[in-house]
Design a protein around this ligand. Structure first.
Ligand code: NAP
Length: 281
């Protein structure tokens, strides 16, 4: 079984991006800039944002974090986004989710200029991805896609099952696999027989949020299994896939932690650089 090392893959991607930033700097005399807006003092969000800032600096991006207290008015955030939209030094804007209840998440997402939407959540980018046009792609599914392609460069005709249909993970993952000519089944909480669906799959991507949902006898021999889940349990952090059982069957499997997670931030940096490059054309 191939243990898919997301930490190593993310480090390789960051090294490539660092070189690309250096080339862009010598060509344009400026570097891509990422601005993150962080609202409130939720510890996981603070950790995510700190890691994003550290990785952005590591590859040579200009990075800025704008912090607001929980009580900030929606209007203040929307005005800041407008200001960043017209700031030429800002290539990518990310508003760290979740937001306090009084702030309308969709309004905030739609306020971001789609050409600077490094999370790929703006409806324009969602539509472009599903139409097969160039777009920003949500970072976690993009990371999963890059890991799958490392194992199996030609996905044409493969049967893929995506478990979970969130806008963040399952839906964009489905679009990426479709683009690669996979035959894709997207499953969710109302799917009648999830085990039977998974047993058909050459590729399984699980993004559910239920600890160890996907069991060993759900997985066909030689399937590629990507585990997006991050679940806190009494036994520590586990994924949506039962690692010990599935590792006996799968051809390749991502561990949790150390699989998909590290790729997510590396893909955010990639998206920022891609937004910059598109703005220079
Ligand atoms: P989400 O928005 O809660 O969506 C979960 C999806 O799973 C929903 O579509 C839901 O179906 C489906 N589901 C729930 N119970 C199911 C069941 N018994 N069988 C099949 N499908 C079921 O979650 P998310 O934001 O996509 O996140 C999923 C997991 O990924 C979480 O553990 C999260 O922490 C993790 N995550 C990891 C990263 C990373 O960087 N590695 C990034 C983001 C998220 P319905 O639509 O029918 O409700």
């Amino acid at each position: 079984m191939i243990l898919i090392n997301g930490k190593k893959a993310a480090a390789e991607l960051r090294a490539e991006l660092k070189e690309e930033v250096a080339e862009l700097k010598s060509k344009h005399n400026k570097v891509p800039g990422l601005t993150v807006i962080l609202i409130g003092d939720l510890t996981p969000s603070q950790i995510y944002v700190r890691n994003k800032e550290k990785s952005a600096n590591e590859v040579g991006l200009k990075s800025e974090v704008i912090k607001y207290p929980d009580s900030v008015e929606e209007k203040t955030v929307l005005e800041k986004i407008q200001e960043l939209n017209s700031d030429e030094t800002v290539s990518g804007i990310l508003v760290q989710l979740p937001l306090p209840k009084h702030i309308d998440k969709q309004k905030v997402i739609e306020a971001i200029d789609p050409s600077k939407d490094v999370d790929g959540f703006h409806p324009m980018n969602v539509g472009n991805l599903s139409s097969g046009y160039e777009s920003s792609i949500p970072c976690t599914p993009l990371g999963c896609y890059l890991l799958i392609k490392k194992i199996e460069p030609n996905l044409s005709g493969k049967k893929a099952v995506v478990v979970g249909r969130s806008n963040l993970n399952g839906k964009p993952m489905t679009q990426l696999l479709l683009k690669e000519n996979c035959t894709v089944t997207i499953t969710h909480s109302k799917t009648k027989d999830l085990k039977a669906e998974c047993l058909e799959a050459d590729i399984i991507v699980a993004a559910v949020g239920i600890p160890e949902l996907v069991r060993g006898d759900w997985v066909k021999k030689d399937a590629i299994v990507i585990d997006v889940g991050i679940n806190k349990t009494d036994n520590g952090i586990v994924g949506d896939v039962h690692f010990d059982e599935v590792s006996k069957n799968a051809k390749a499997l991502t561990p949790v932690p150390g699989g998909v997670g590290p790729m997510t931030i590396a893909c955010l940096l990639k998206n920022t650089i891609d937004c910059f490059k598109r703005s220079q054309i």
